[in-house]
Design a protein around this ligand. Structure first.
Ligand code: FAD
Length: 321
């Protein structure tokens, strides 16, 4: 069945986030040969329009306004609802990011639509669109179909392979003028945690430390390993609670959910709440002194040993590559 699907592109620091391209790929499947329309909302986002087209959008609608410089649920839903009103799509796909998680249910409720959140795959089987999503903190997966109304979903970052960029693709990038009414939330200041390098939620490689890292300084070899591998540093709540690192690095049920290609867990026991955030990583390597640690049950490769001996060896090995 052919459908028109809108994809909300997400920009940060003037660049599109990878999840935008992953959402485009999902939209291509959902569109079933129909039209994929990229949507960009913000201030000065016009230059990013052609990139959405190169990754699979057929055309792009832009809503720009000073008041949309930063994400606010009020402002972005006004802009998006105006685009939906103009386009009358059969479906919408967002990234399952902080913004997508906030905005999608709001828009779904305004449109009296259902929503499949946190999809990790979308495929067409015998003419039916089937979404896969994790349940029970990632211990099982369910398949969902939409029997009526809009095809509305958010997609988990790092799960759907984007289409290869095709710089020869072209398409219309058109602005839509939307009068943004009062925005009830005013962002006065954005305070950023000083973080180096790769964004944790989109990282392909994560080196995570737990209470076994023992101190703030204990994280230094992990940071070095992440740097050598071009990855990001994450942590268990045990490490965050012990003040070895910032809570923005916490992975798990009450932290970030990540799906990197490679997850190296150092000094992490593998509590169920931690596994909820990382067990769907493609390859898991665990380094732990305790051979009975539960993390080994989900690990593809286990190293029983002292992380302060193993991590430096890995740094030396990978730095030489
Ligand atoms: P520990 O369980 O103390 O494990 C430390 C590990 O390090 C041990 O296995 C030990 O053998 C190993 N070790 C020690 N020294 C070394 C060494 N030198 N070399 C190698 N290995 C060594 N936790 C999360 O991570 N994320 C969450 O989002 C989260 N949410 C939670 C929500 C709720 C409601 C609750 C109740 C708990 C939550 N937790 C979460 C906490 C979780 O239950 C665990 O307490 C926590 O994950 C333990 O962290 P850890 O593995 O770093 O520490």
């Amino acid at each position: 069945m052919s459908r028109k699907i809108l994809v909300l592109g997400e920009a940060r620091d003037g660049a599109l986030r990878n999840v935008s391209f992953e959402a485009l790929r999902a939209a291509k499947v959902a569109a079933g040969g129909g039209e994929v329309v990229g949507v960009l909302i913000g201030e000065a986002v016009q230059p990013l329009g052609s990139e959405l087209i190169q990754y699979g959008a057929d055309r792009v609608v832009i809503v720009e306004d000073d008041q949309l410089r930063q994400y606010t649920p009020d402002g972005f839903s006004q802009a998006l609802l105006a685009v939906i009103d103009q386009e009358n799509p059969n479906g919408l796909i967002f990234g399952h990011t902080a913004m997508g998680k906030d905005l999608a249910p709001r828009i779904a409720s305004k449109l009296s639509s259902g929503l499949i959140s946190d999809a990790t795959a979308v495929e067409e089987i015998d003419g039916t669109l089937v979404f896969t999503r994790p349940i029970y903190s990632g211990k099982a997966f369910e398949k969902k179909i939409i029997t009526d109304g809009l095809v509305f979903a958010t997609v988990r970052p790092n799960n759907i392979e984007p289409l290869a960029r095709d710089e020869s693709r072209s398409g219309e990038v058109a602005s839509l003028a939307v009068e943004i009414h009062t925005i009830r939330t005013i962002i006065k200041e954005v305070v950023r945690k000083a973080s180096e390098g790769v964004d944790l939620s989109e990282a392909k490689i994560i080196v995570a430390g737990g209470r076994g890292v023992k101190s703030k300084e204990g994280f230094e070899p992990l940071q070095e390993l992440a740097k050598v591998l071009g990855g990001a540093v994450g942590a268990s709540r045990g490490a965050c609670d012990a003040d070895y690192c910032d809570y923005s690095l916490q992975i798990g049920q009450t932290g970030k959910v990540v799906t990197p290609d490679l997850y190296i867990a150092c000094g992490i026991s593998g509590a169920i709440q931690h596994l909820a955030g990382m067990s769907n990583s493609k390859v898991i390597v665990a380094i732990n002194k305790d051979p009975e640690a539960s993390i080994f049950q989900v690990a593809d490769y286990g190293i029983v040993g002292d992380l302060f001996e193993v991590v430096p060896m890995l740094i030396e090995e990978f730095a030489a590559v």
